[in-house]
Design a binder for this molecule. Structure first.
Ligand code: BG6
Length: 494
């Protein structure tokens, strides 16, 4: 099956943080791939903005290196690399100050597209979102066809998130603001919506009458490496749960939107976020576990502990978190959602497990063996798949002996296409003005409203994070948390 490419109108993309990690690892290589597929209009340009005065030539060289580093040899097409590099410009700007803005204005004007599409991508520290928005307005760069993209983290608590939303909202309309959560751009995450709402099979069972519990795991094998300084001010709850994992939870738990479009989808997600049962000082120790990795081995390679990577003698930042979340509404009452994420875990594996309830009675007696409950596993990465675990007869003679077998939809086999990186899809959605896979400000604020009391309760208790060995599945307390409920982590589920 081949991909269908929807054209986009000509645009100028201005990337603040244009020499940063995100731009070089994801945004620019992603746009190169769109160029390979012929999806970028010939006149579209990409303007990298950073503090230092790099100049156009040096910037193009840096971008070329980045593209070569992140693109497999067979996908490097010299004529497209060349064409792509010609689209690049560079402007040195002091984001919070006054220098450089006129040059940006001249560049955007020179392109003769004062009413064409302009995308301002803020891949910077969130403290700069407000100042950049103000400067864009002060220099009259915001047109009716402009959009702004805000990278996470949007704040570090509810107040700071609201301050950012207010500052950006003062100069852009909400329809122009695209708060990106790259998990929503992943093909398998979108496929979760297709699975639920394009099939009649699951939805009738998708509730507390038939589902025992849900597990959402985003395990990473990498540590914090070069990002230690940022990460230490954040931790796993802010870095992964407040955004990516809660978005996944919303897609699993939301009611069917009446249409797959921005307002309808966002409203349903918002209802889920607002239904999350608060966790605070009273139950934070029974419903959450924080961990921090120590030296160990991942994939046979010895790796240092978090403090060594951070190069500090002590830190109470968590690199692992488990939360037992509950959604207080009619559909989900009594169904725990176990959320788990961590760095330096045994393997990179992200999946959503929907554990159904066991059949009420076995007609096969003892010889048949126990009847396992059905399980639906949506594997997000690394090998995208959906697997439905069913009971089946063991083949051959020997009577009616039963065992669990997976019905396996591995995407690599089913669809013979290159999987675009999440950012590729999302960047072009911004150009098209399609906000379905982006977060409304109310969602960001509702997510913080649930997360903040957990943070405050941790601060008040001041317990150190529980150590775990790099290359494991986290601290033993994380296993104890789910075992207390008579359940297990299903990490080898797929
Ligand atoms: C980012 C986090 O948002 O997501 C990182 O800041 C994390 O810490 C990354 O590693 C994970 O994304 P992916 O797409 O590799 O699962």
């Amino acid at each position: 099956m081949s991909a269908r490419l929807l054209p986009v109108d000509p645009f100028d993309l201005v990337v603040f943080g244009g020499t940063g990690d995100l731009a070089m690892r994801k945004l620019l290589p992603g746009l190169y791939h769109r160029d390979c597929d012929g999806q970028l209009p010939p006149e579209s340009r990409i303007i990298g903005v950073s503090r230092g005065d790099l100049g156009k030539k040096a910037y193009a060289e840096a971008v070329e290196t980045a593209i070569r580093r992140s693109t497999p040899e067979e996908q490097l097409r010299p004529e497209v690399v060349d064409r792509f590099l010609k689209r690049l410009e560079h402007v040195a700007i002091d984001a919070a100050g006054t220098t450089g803005w006129r040059k940006l204005a001249a560049l955007l004007q020179r392109n003769g597209k004062s009413n064409g599409i302009r995308v301002f991508y803020l891949a910077t520290a969130p403290a700069l979102f407000g100042p950049i928005a103000r400067n864009l307005a002060a220099n009259e760069l915001i047109t009716a066809e402009s959009r702004v993209v805000l990278e996470k983290p949007i704040g570090r608590d509810l107040d700071s998130a609201m301050a950012i939303n207010d500052a950006v909202g003062a100069v852009f309309e909400e329809r122009q603001i695209f708060r990106i959560d790259h998990y929503l751009g992943k093909e398998t995450v979108q496929n979760l919506v297709a699975l639920r709402f394009a099939n009649a099979l699951f939805e009738p069972l998708w509730n507390s009458a038939h589902i025992d519990h849900v597990q959402i795991t985003v395990a990473e094998s990498l540590g914090v490496e070069g990002r230690a300084a940022y990460y230490d001010t954040s931790g796993a709850l802010r870095d992964m749960v407040q955004n990516h994992i809660l978005q996944l939870l919303c897609l699993v738990a939301m009611e069917p939107p009446h249409v797959f479009a921005a307002e309808a989808v966002r409203n349903e997600k918002l209802k889920v976020l607002r239904s999350l049962r608060p966790i605070d000082n009273g139950d934070v120790t029974t419903k959450t576990v924080r961990g921090q990795y120590q030296a160990g081995a991942v994939g046979g390679q010895a790796v240092p502990g978090y403090l060594t990577e951070l190069d500090r003698p002590a830190s109470s930042t968590e690199t692992f978190v488990v939360i037992k979340a509950e959604i207080a509404n009619w559909r989900w009452a009594g169904v725990p959602f176990y959320l788990r994420t961590g760095k330096r875990m045994m393997t990179r594996q992200s999946e959503i497990v929907i554990q159904f309830k066991a059949p009420p009675y076995s007609i096969f007696g003892e010889a048949g063996g126990p009847l396992d409950a059905n399980r639906l596993v949506v594997r997000l990465q690394p090998d995208e798949a959906v697997r439905l675990f069913l009971m089946s007869k063991d083949p051959g003679p020997g009577g009616m002996r039963l065992r669990t077998v997976p019905l396996n939809l591995a995407y690599a086999d089913a669809f013979n296409v290159r999987y675009p990186d999440a950012y590729e899809r999302l960047l072009l959605d911004v150009v098209r003005g399609n906000a379905t896979l982006f977060m409304h400000k109310d969602e960001v604020e509702a997510a913080w409203t649930w997360v903040e009391p957990i943070l405050r309760a941790w601060e008040a208790r001041n317990d150190p994070p529980k150590p775990y060995t790099a290359g494991s599945w986290g601290p033993s307390a994380a296993i104890a948390l789910i075992e207390r409920d008579g359940r297990n982590w299903l990490e080898d589920a797929a």
